[in-house]
Design a protein around this ligand. Structure first.
Ligand code: XCC
Ligand code: SF4
Length: 655
């Protein structure tokens, strides 16, 4: 008998996979077994962009390629394997950028509605951040009201999407040297939509057929995500909903409650979720829930909506990407309310085995078989009331087959860039100085961003845990977002106590002094822009070089699956940071394209891609990179001294 493969590092997940199979429900883990990845598409060697194809251009496996092989390995139009590989890659980056960009655009327009008083129930929560933004953008403050200022800020931000020339305004936030490099390489994005549209045009049949040129446009497109769409979304969300500050919460399927109406909000854009928290906790709905025999209404989040609600309100998190259907499998979920991105269509099929109602809310994202209840921000209270009421009405339909896993882990989240600044530097001289000092003196070896999704092609949550543990053990402070942040939180890495248990002595001593976990939750995937801001702040505080590429920092997405993850990785690389991806690599079928991304980019951008599916090896690639940067900065000796000190201390203790 074949050995049964363990599908998750998370007990609650394993328990629910088991229950699903007993209940005859199919979930993503089952589908991943029957639907195997296509090896040709997987390595990026299939072109299907015109009807003369699809053309498959794989290199021969297991033997040297002859000149004759190579001549035949070509598309009907004559496209080379390099062109095909790069086109496929750039299209994915463009799709990821478009997704974050569309989120940012909706947010900017929503922001304008709020500023104009057209979205009752919402208001500007972070005045200080609004004023800072106004100052930065050259918007007059004077004696104008917050709303007047916000209208002008909002208009400037909306314009960024349709801007046709010049440069995105937030590029000016980057270190000067980085800005100059982007200009020199011709990759400073003009606007957000234009770079995505041009990427689609360039990759159309018969347009850009120079793979290097294509890949540079991929960088330009991705930069329009990191320093554009995503950054705009983060900034404006902070102004309206509040900038996150440390908050306690709990995570995993155990946050669902047996005796209450359970509602999960799943997706990405926070304006819906923000209002549901208000509606669901109001006396009217609680009263209504009681009338149906429930003790109350219990709200939890999933995927990045969960991160948004967690960061700002401490709303508990039910789980990450691969757990979405498993929440239904508990039998205790009245409704899952979804908006855009990362919503599995399979949810509807799973829900058919239970009483759960899947409610779609966004005109851009409907699902056959789900209930569509449009969320209207101009009438948010009534819209969300109808949704919550539908959930409560569904409580009486619960079956007897209910099992909620016990697992729920304590966590601290809410580490925005501003919060880190404040925690480290104090209110009156908020700065990254203490972080830089601790990096320079070697207690902290460097900083790593570990981000991205889950992927059923590997054991759920396992690569994240192995990688993050290895990094903090080696004194690397870890910043996280997205579904990987949740994986660490579930494993107990996001509590201050985790420092003494898992971190190396240097990192642990800093965490203990400041009172922070060794792994910091920075938010949703769009909040990777916070990581760009943190890196920039480190450069500006001095002592660690004059560009992001000089910093002892690295990035990783050990369990990625989404096109958005590729866009993020590409803008992190384009911003000068070494970034390693796990699971699979979308251009792995083409050596030239891989060499360009993995090696030549290093020369040009000071940051490059790497692919390493083994999380421990990947962690060591990151550590090696960090050490290389420390050496170039001349601070490698300091670290040796710290280690020597510790050895001495131990010797002293032994005496
Ligand atoms: Fe989606 Fe954002 Fe990936 Fe999680 S990490 S699977 S993109 S929810 Ni964004
Ligand atoms: Fe084939 Fe060229 Fe058409 Fe692609 S564009 S499908 S390589 S003919």
């Amino acid at each position: 008998m074949a050995k049964k493969e363990i599908k998750s590092a998370d007990q609650a997940t394993l328990e629910m996979i088991e229950k699903a199979s007993q209940d005859g429900a199919r979930v993503v883990f089952d589908r991943a077994e029957t639907t195997k990845p296509c090896p040709i598409g997987g390595e990026g060697s299939c072109c299907s962009i015109c009807a003369m194809g699809p053309c498959r251009v794989m290199a021969p496996k297991g033997r040297e390629e002859t000149a004759e092989d190579r001549r035949k390995r070509i598309g009907v139009c004559g496209a080379t394997p390099e062109t095909i590989s790069a086109r496929n890659f750039v299209r994915k980056v463009a799709a990821g950028t478009a997704s974050h960009g569309d989120h940012g655009r909706v947010m900017a327009r929503f922001f304008l509605s709020v500023a104009r008083g057209e979205a009752p129930g919402y208001q500007i929560k972070d005045e200080q951040k609004l004023l800072q933004l106004a100052l930065e953008l050259g918007v007059t403050i004077g004696d104008r009201s917050n709303e007047e200022i916000a209208v002008e800020v909002g208009e400037l931000m909306v314009n960024e999407f349709g801007r046709q020339e010049g440069e995105l305004l937030f590029l000016k936030r980057a270190p000067l040297k980085r800005q100059e490099l982007w200009r020199k390489l011709g990759v400073a994005p003009r606007g957000i939509d234009i770079e995505v549209a041009e990427a689609m045009h360039r990759t159309h049949m018969g347009t850009d057929q120079d793979f290097q040129d294509l890949l540079h446009h991929g960088v330009r497109t991705a930069l329009a995500d990191g320093w554009g769409g995503s950054m705009i979304a983060t900034e404006l969300q902070d102004v309206i909903f509040g900038t996150p500050a440390p908050v306690f919460s709990q995570i995993n399927l155990g946050v669902l409650k047996e005796d209450e109406v359970n509602i999960i909000i799943h997706g990405h854009e926070p304006q819906l979720a923000e209002m549901i928290t208000v509606t669901a906790q109001g006396p009217e709905m609680i009263e209504y829930a009681r009338s149906k025999g429930a003790k109350g209404v219990n709200l939890a989040g999933m995927c990045c909506t969960a991160n948004e609600m967690l960061m700002r309100h401490g709303v508990p998190v039910a789980g990450n990407f691969l757990q979405q259907e498993l929440a239904v499998v508990t039998g205790a979920l009245e409704t899952m309310v979804v908006d855009v991105q990362c919503i599995m269509q399979g949810l509807v099929d799973t829900a058919n085995c239970y009483h759960t109602k899947i409610i779609t809310t966004n005109p851009r994202a409907k699902i056959q078989g789900a209930t569509y209840m449009e969320f209207d921000e101009h009438n948010a209270f009534e819209s969300t009331k109808a949704i919550v009421k539908a959930a409560i009405d569904n409580f009486v339909n619960r079956g007897k087959n209910i099992r909620i896993p016990k697992q729920k882990t304590d966590m601290i989240a809410g580490f925005s860039h501003e919060t880190i600044n404040y925690l480290l530097g104090g209110l009156f001289r908020a700065s990254y100085r203490p972080l830089n000092d601790n990096i320079i003196n070697g207690r902290i070896r460097g900083v790593a961003g570990v981000v991205g999704c889950n992927n059923p092609r590997i054991m759920h949550d396992s690569a994240n845990f192995a990688m993050v543990k290895e990094l903090i053990k080696n004194d690397v402070l870890v910043l996280q977002t997205g579904c990987m942040a949740m994986a660490s939180a579930k494993a107990g890495l996001m509590t201050p106590e985790a420092a003494s248990e898992y971190a190396g002595e240097g990192l642990a001593s800093v965490c203990e002094a400041v009172g922070i976990p060794p792994v910091l939750h920075m938010g949703a995937c769009i909040d990777n822009s916070r990581i760009l801001m943190a890196a920039t702040a480190m450069v500006k505080d001095g002592g660690l070089g004059d560009d992001i590429s000089d910093l002892p920092v690295a990035g990783a997405a050990p369990e990625w699956m989404s096109e958005k993850a590729l866009a993020i990785g590409q803008y992190i690389v384009g911003s000068g940071i070494f970034t390693v991806f796990g699971v699979t690599w979308p251009t792995s079928g083409n050596k030239e394209v891989c060499d360009y991304l993995f090696k030549d980019f290093q020369e040009m951008y000071g940051g490059m891609w790497a692919f390493e599916p083994d999380p421990i090896k990947a962690a060591h690639l990151m550590i090696e990179h960090i050490d290389k940067k420390r050496k170039a900065l001349g601070i490698d000796k300091a670290r040796e001294r710290v280690l020597y000190d510790m050895a001495m201390r131990r010797e002293l203790e032994a005496v």
